[in-house]
Design a protein around this ligand. Structure first.
Ligand code: ZN
Ligand code: ZN
Length: 308
């Protein structure tokens, strides 16, 4: 997958390489859908059955929970890794992509919402943190809104709790520095055309109470008019090749290049303005790469989310 933009040179003539790694582009139950494999229909589901013949790394219809890793390189040889969402399939995503792209750590985390497909891998964050039996390590900053924070306190009390209660034994758990972010920055800011929009699309037809489905997704893209858009969050109703052929025609007609993303990496222009929009609580995370590297590195200061 190539967004077709070059990485520009920085001051000393070397080239920093920033990239987006789609750790996952699928729905909460992920693709293949287990039922399609253990109780196959007649004829069987083509999309899910592809997983029997094609290994995941060559199968664009193999989708983990939606998650994105921003590999931000301000200067050649320097990398910051920002992880957006940590779903049920997080461990598999680490084993597949962190090893392949040689990602040594996660520097900060952003949660777009509090559903299982975005947070249930948080326990496994300790697997990508340095080992300390007494949890004596630098906590990883994690950005989320207040609504998600309330839910996380219930789902993962042991990850939120700062001090041990009387009689509680030390257990090694992920060390996280919880940071609440604003909800409504982008809606107020508006205006600017996005270089890249990454947007949710759950079902091929119809609608859903918390997610965009294909018709609403395309409507939203027409409304937002980004320079380019990738679709994520798909169920097994989407066939990567077939639906991208459909989208090719749509893109030509509407003048906006749109395609289904698949699990893998794509290079980005260092100064790409990026928005990730999920229908769940209409959350937008926006990050504008700036030449002000000091500011850029402080991801929390530049990430905003929207709840409308
Ligand atoms: Zn299926
Ligand atoms: Zn969700």
């Amino acid at each position: 997958m190539d967004v077709g933009v070059d990485v520009t040179e920085n001051g000393n003539g070397e080239q920093p390489h920033s990239a987006l790694i789609f750790l996952g582009t699928g729905c909460s139950s992920a693709v293949p859908n287990a039922m399609c494999l253990i109780q196959p229909s007649d004829p069987p589901c083509k999309v899910c059955f592809q997983s029997f013949s094609t290994p995941p790394e060559r199968n664009p219809n193999y989708r983990c929970n939606t998650s994105l890793l921003i590999d931000y390189s301000p200067r050649a040889g320097e990398h910051k890794y920002i992880l957006i969402d940590v779903g049920k399939t997080f461990r598999e995503q680490v084993l597949r992509w962190f090893t392949f792209y040689k990602i040594p750590q996660v520097d900060s985390i952003v949660l777009t919402h509090e559903h299982a497909d975005a947070v249930l891998g948080l326990d496994d964050i300790r697997a990508v943190q340095p080992f300390s039996p007494i949890n004596d390590i630098e906590p990883t900053p994690i950005f989320l809104n207040q609504h998600a924070m309330e839910s996380l306190k219930v789902k993962f009390p042991y990850l939120v709790q700062r001090t041990l209660k009387a009689g509680q034994e030390v257990r090694r758990v992920a060390q996280l520095d919880w940071k609440i972010i604003e909800n409504d920055y982008i809606s107020k800011r508006g205006g600017q055309q996005l270089d890249l929009l990454i947007i949710d699309t759950l079902y091929r037809n119809g609608s859903h109470n918390t997610h965009f489905c294909f018709p609403q997704t395309l409507e939203a893209i027409k409304r937002l008019q980004p320079k380019r858009a990738f679709l994520i969050g798909m169920t097994h109703e989407f066939d990567h090749q077939k639906d991208n052929e459909f989208l090719q025609d749509w893109s030509k007609r509407e003048g906006i290049p749109v395609q289904l993303a698949h699990d893998d990496s794509t290079p980005i222009h260092q100064y790409t303005q990026l928005a990730i929009l999920m229908k769940v609580y209409h959350i937008v995370v926006d990050y504008h790469w700036t030449r002000d590297t000091k500011k850029s590195l402080e991801i929390g200061q530049e990430l905003y989310s929207l709840v409308s």
